[in-house]
Design a protein around this ligand. Structure first.
Ligand SMILES: *[C@@H]1O[C@H](CO)[C@@H](O)[C@H](O)[C@H]1NC(C)=O
Ligand SMILES: *[C@@H]1O[C@H](CO)[C@@H](O)[C@H](O)[C@H]1NC(C)=O
Length: 340
């Protein structure tokens, strides 16, 4: 089941890396969903959007709006890029339908491209990959300037695209110069937002007196955080279950780590602490295991625990749902690469 994870789920990593990513999705035969949707993200925060219904690019986030106000050409450039890509993607899907004799049934063509910049080492990497109906289709290898086809049905397209030397050179220049330049500008512009530190509220939750105790942190930013349980000041792993970092709908994050307390004697509780550490913040948040501070289900907790998906999360969720709904096996098709 790696159909839909490939393009949209990214591991949380500790680093000084910044990312500019563009997600383009063209759908055919999916009612209620725009035929073409584009989104731009900086460090996983959505900064721009366009689709075939609104026909223009729109900034998201206040700092991006400010940047655009001072440079209206920038927005125009994106609107044109969006419209141009829309036509290219549309032509690709039409060609595909024809060649494969697929008269009905939905088609989803996606591209994720952009660049990564390490602000400590200065290292730059570009990426450009395509998915078709939720599966990896083609990826650009910038070192060899060739396309990689993970599936046999994409080989014909790979050979065609590999022969387009001028386009490949154009692509390379885009990923090495233009994209990092944009990314650095965005990171600079949005630095107070992107580099801010927000400490979470941390609480202990327990469903019933026999259940595991969950240490839950919500409202932190960025997602570079660690949380663990310790006993007598030493980190422990036995009986501990760590959850993933999840996105809240206000662009902050939440996570939790559970402790199995079934073998802990009541007088030994206070030897356990839950520790939350946020990258770039000196002071840890420490909560000692104590019956009096535990929120329980029969005693309504003050802090609601609701995993939510909004913004990029919600947007990606829609795409993921669409992809799951319309998963189909493809037989191979040819298409022309979109612009840079
Ligand atoms: C496509 O469908 C048409 C009409 O049904 C048929 O004549 C043709 O052979 C098909 N082509 C391929 C490549 O399957
Ligand atoms: C907690 O640990 C006990 C014994 O070590 C085990 O029997 C129980 O299944 C564990 N509970 C959970 C929820 O993992």
């Amino acid at each position: 089941m790696n159909y839909f994870g490939l393009l949209f789920l990214f591991p949380v990593a500790y680093s000084a890396k910044h990312y500019l990513r563009y997600f383009l999705t063209a759908t055919y035969g999916v009612p209620g969903f725009p035929e073409f949707v584009g989104a731009a993200t900086v460090d996983e925060v959505q900064v721009g959007y366009c689709d075939s219904n609104i026909k223009t690019a729109k900034p998201k986030q206040d700092w991006m709006r400010k940047l655009i106000e001072g440079d209206p050409k920038h927005l125009e450039w994106y609107s044109q890029k969006c419209l141009g890509s829309q036509h290219v993607f549309r032509a690709n899907i039409d060609g595909l339908k024809q060649r494969l004799n697929l008269t009905k049934g939905p088609h989803i063509l996606q591209r994720m491209n952009g660049c990564e910049w390490d602000d400590e080492t200065g290292e730059i990497k570009g990426f450009n990959q395509y998915g078709y109906n939720g599966e990896d289709f083609l990826a650009l290898d910038l070192k060899t300037l060739t396309w990689t086809a993970p599936k046999s049905q994409a080989v014909l397209t790979k050979l065609l695209w590999d022969a387009e030397k001028a386009r490949l050179e154009h692509n390379k220049n885009y990923y090495i110069y233009k994209c990092p330049e944009l990314l650095k500008n965005y990171v600079h512009q949005g630095r107070s937002f992107l580099q801010r530190r927000e400490s979470p509220s941390v609480s202990l939750l327990q469903k019933m007196s026999s259940s595991v105790v969950s240490c839950h942190a919500t409202g932190f930013y960025p997602d570079r955080a660690e949380m663990f349980w310790r006993k007598d000041g030493e980190e422990i792993h036995e009986g501990v279950e760590k959850g993933e970092i999840l996105l809240n709908n206000d662009w902050t994050f939440q996570m939790s780590v559970e402790l199995n307390i079934s073998s802990v004697q009541p007088d030994g509780w206070r030897r356990y602490d839950c520790v939350f550490q946020l990258s770039g913040v000196r002071d840890d948040i420490i909560i000692t295991l104590d019956k009096s501070v535990i929120h329980t289900n029969w005693d309504p907790p003050e802090i609601p625990v609701v995993p939510v998906a909004g913004g990029v999360g919600g947007f990606l969720l829609i795409l993921v749902v669409v992809i799951i709904l319309w998963m189909k096996k493809s037989n191979g098709f040819q298409l022309a690469d979109g612009e840079g």
